[in-house]
Design a protein around this ligand. Structure first.
Ligand code: HEC
Length: 183
């Protein structure tokens, strides 16, 4: 039998996508269209909306090594205590703890963070787990949008190419659907 907790977890992606669709009228990114933005802005996107999926020369991925390095410092300070110093915790992430909560999952590509597009990862990081019955604190008042983009880059840097490519395919589909981007 599926517990309601499991259902909540499985529905996270859908719930987030729906929640995001609710903010659809906010089309302020027209002025900062990534495809029209000059190079430097693309290399240091200020938010997930500004990030483009164009492979960057130093990584072959959407983020640069500089972003990863800065993101790692943020991760070490705010996230590693729960998610592990290399985003590897908790290996047994599918087992509820003694309080009936899920432990912090690995973000290194071995759990399911790669199922989520950037916009949803950003939302979980900002709001924490509370809206979905989880226990992670929200970071909206602590981290800037730019910090969050970099922290996502930092844990994605642990993902294998195979996982990254699967994620990228979803991200692109999501962008086409959400923003009409052909990136
Ligand atoms: C106090 C422990 C704790 C801290 C600190 C913490 N997290 Fe979490 N995180 C969790 C837990 C627990 C979950 C599982 C969902 C829930 O219960 O809220 C989670 C879930 C997530 C998810 C969703 C993963 C998925 O597979 O869907 C992401 C992304 C995430 N955390 C990123 C971060 C980042 C980035 C930071 C640092 C800015 C951070 N977390 C700090 C405990 C924590």
């Amino acid at each position: 039998m599926i517990s309601s907790k499991e259902l909540t977890n499985n529905c996270l992606y859908l719930v987030l996508a729906t929640a995001l669709a609710g903010c659809g009228s906010n089309n302020e990114n027209a002025a900062t269209d990534p495809d029209q933005a000059p190079g430097p802005q693309q290399e240091h996107p200020e938010s997930v909306l500004q990030a483009t999926m164009t492979p960057k020369p130093d990584t072959g991925r959407w983020y640069t090594n500089a972003m990863v390095e800065e993101g790692k410092a943020t991760f070490a300070q705010y996230c590693a205590a729960c998610h592990g110093d290399r985003a590897q915790a908790t290996p047994d992430w599918k087992t509820l703890d003694e309080n009936g909560n899920y432990p912090p999952p690995p973000l290194d590509g071995t759990a399911h963070a790669w199922h989520h597009p950037l916009a949803d990862l950003e939302m979980v990081i900002k709001q924490g787990g509370a809206p979905f019955g989880g226990v992670m604190p929200g970071w909206e008042s602590v981290l800037s949008d730019q910090d969050i983009v970099k922290v996502i880059a930092s844990f994605q840097s642990y993902w294998s190419d195979e996982i990254y490519e699967m994620w990228l395919e979803r991200e692109k589909l999501y962008r086409e659907y959400r923003m009409g981007e052909q990136d």
